[in-house]
Design a protein around this ligand. Structure first.
Ligand code: MG
Length: 356
């Protein structure tokens, strides 16, 4: 141990001390675009200083891990104690299990896609360099300069018999300006044109978590996943048998959490990554910290005062219990937005955060 994790709470140990390794998402958790999410960098530095290893596992395949690492250090993340794995690496690892070394694979997306294929011993070919020699597979990942010609080439290669691997199928990408099309939106475009379906390796599939956990060297029970998307990070953690912390600093909102199906429900929830340093109240409980009742509008009615972390836990567990008992829960975004305001949960770009 080279440091000591501190917390403002006097009730219980920090959540992260229950685990031996952390698999942490990036977009919407550590940064949005080029900007750090509030509290994220300080929290991560406390965690790694404590000697707990972190693997940043991202579905965003557009950049090589080294570039992501430079970005993180530029935001102030400590030099050591963590590494980055992306879905391009998971795609390349998947193909390398059955393709011969040096097999030709077409890379569509950012530099991260070709980089990962080369790193895995495969022969990466860009669409512009296709010369009629067959390729055995095509990997499609996010890239900000992907063109119509490249998307058309994916379809042509797949129809010619190439294996189609999508690094991930996230429909959206959080940016400082709001949601932008993610790789899944571009994959869907090719699917619409071809009627073919890709093999997907990113979250919520297990491949990326498997690569990350093998780096951590931890067991399932010792590993915590942190992410901002219920349908990818949290559902993936559940299918991989890992506990998870859902943070409200990214794309998914409290309303989404309240309406989540069982398969996408996290173990814990917090406003942002600093929830790792708070005690962590389990959401899968039949005994919420506070008594919360459903109003006539099918929205939880909270006590007027209380610890905001406990209120958040109580609202979510009450909503889940009601749904599981067949009662309707409102999906009105405005009503849920009001609860977020009562809890001090700002929208991503506001500075007001949940107090701890
Ligand atoms: Mg994310």
């Amino acid at each position: 141990m080279t440091g000591e994790i501190t917390t403002t709470s006097v009730r219980g140990e920090p959540l992260i001390t229950r685990y031996r390794g952390l698999i942490c998402d990036l977009d919407g958790v550590v940064y949005r675009g080029a900007t750090a999410v509030p509290h994220a960098v300080e929290t991560l530095n406390q965690v790694t200083a404590h000697g707990l290893p972190v693997v940043f596992a991202t579905n965003n395949a557009s950049r090589p891990p080294e570039d992501v690492g430079d970005h993180l250090r530029g935001l102030g993340v400590a030099q050591q104690g963590w590494s980055v794995v992306n879905s391009s690496q998971a795609a390349a690892a998947h193909l390398a299990t059955f393709l011969a070394p040096g097999a030709r694979v077409c890379a569509v997306g950012g530099p991260g896609v070709a980089h990962a294929l080369t790193e895995a011993g495969l022969n990466s070919v860009r669409v512009a360099d296709l010369d009629g020699t067959p390729v055995e597979a095509v990997v499609q990942g996010l890239g900000f300069d992907v063109t119509w010609r490249e998307l058309a080439a994916v379809g042509h290669l797949v129809e010619a018999g190439a294996i189609w691997v999508a690094t991930n199928v996230d429909l959206t990408l959080p940016t400082p300006h709001g949601r932008a099309p993610g790789n899944g939106a571009l994959v869907a475009l090719v699917q619409t044109a071809t009627s073919a379906s890709p093999h997907v390796v990113g979250k919520p599939q297990a491949a990326l978590f498997d690569v990350a956990r093998s780096r951590l060297g931890t067991d399932q029970l010792d590993t915590l996943v942190c992410g901002d998307l219920l349908g990818t990070d949290i559902e993936g953690a559940n299918s991989a048998g890992l506990d998870s912390l859902f943070v409200l600093s990214g794309s998914s909102r409290l309303r989404d959490l309240a309406l989540a199906e069982q398969s996408a429900r996290p173990t814990y929830v917090a406003a942002d990554l600093s929830g790792l340093l708070a005690p962590g109240l389990p959401l899968h409980t039949t005994s919420p910290e506070y008594l919360v009742e459903l109003g006539p509008d099918a929205v939880p009615r909270m006590p007027s005062a209380g610890d905001s972390g406990k209120l958040l836990q109580s609202v979510v567990t009450t909503a889940w219990a009601a749904r599981d008992n067949g009662r309707a829960i409102s999906d009105d975004a405005g009503l849920w937005g009001e609860i977020e305001r009562q809890l001090g949960l700002g929208q991503p770009d506001e500075s007001t955060r949940l107090t701890r």
